[in-house]
Design a protein. Structure first.
Length: 238
């Protein structure tokens, strides 16, 4: 289902995206409409073409555009546990401010680490061979904690340093948040950040965030904040 998104002016000044073709740049914008509220999307070329290019024939194939955007660091492609191809718009949660986001149905299918994805978005040769030979030959490693990764990427670095990732991850693990709590943490972090930015833009005092580890330890998402509904937290922005 297509979604309404807003594109920031900085998008057009991105040096990495400036190197891709015009068709790929158009696809980059189209994927914002096509992706779910966590930035995931089905990467089947036929579905993408029907959704983004229904009435025109792009100058490059969908696969070629995927490669350009992957090389530019804009997206990551991966094979889900169901054997289908999916994609993730990198840093989606950092730039999108979504009030009451719907949990992704694709995120749980992402069972490979970034190291197992090559520059063109496919599986590395070693991982591909192991997959063909059987799961028992894959490295015995736990899947990445996507929820913590999303939290870490979306931390408002303009308001506070992130601090130590390992210690912040330890605090997250102690919380052991389910999907509902993880979503609440993301929403409250976004709302508090937007409130502080609004206060500062009006010349009013707004204290900086604690670093991520302490914010989690002190359950910062439970802090009461005034009702705030300026564009940014309640709208989709990239």
């Amino acid at each position: 289902m297509a979604r309404i998104r807003t594109v920031k002016p900085e998008f057009w000044q991105d040096e990495d995206l400036a190197a891709v073709s015009e068709s790929s740049l158009l696809l980059a914008v189209g994927l914002l409409n096509h992706a779910d509220d966590e930035g995931y999307f089905k990467a089947h070329p036929g579905l993408i073409k029907a959704a983004v290019f229904p009435l025109r024939e792009p100058s490059l194939s969908i696969h070629g555009m995927f490669s350009e955007l992957s090389n530019a660091g804009y997206l990551e492609l991966f094979e889900g546990t169901d054997g289908k191809q999916y994609g993730l718009v990198r840093n989606f949660s950092k730039h999108q401010r979504i009030n009451r986001p719907s949990p992704s149905k694709i995120a749980s299918l992402r069972q490979i680490t970034e190291d197992s994805v090559n520059d063109h978005g496919g599986l590395t040769p070693g991982r591909e061979r192991n997959r063909e030979q059987g799961k028992e030959q894959c490295p015995a490693e736990e899947p990445p904690d996507v929820s913590f990764d999303d939290f870490w990427k979306s931390w408002p670095t303009d308001l506070s340093e992130k601090g130590n990732r390992k210690r912040a991850k330890s605090q997250w693990d102690r919380l052991r948040p389910d999907q509902q709590l993880a979503t609440e943490i993301q929403i409250k972090l976004c709302a508090q950040a937007e409130q502080k930015r609004a206060l500062r833009s009006r010349g009013e005092f707004a204290p900086s965030f604690q670093h991520a580890e302490r914010w989690l330890r002190d359950r910062g998402w439970e802090s009461e904040i005034p009702e705030y509904n300026e564009p940014g937290c309640g709208e989709h922005i990239v």
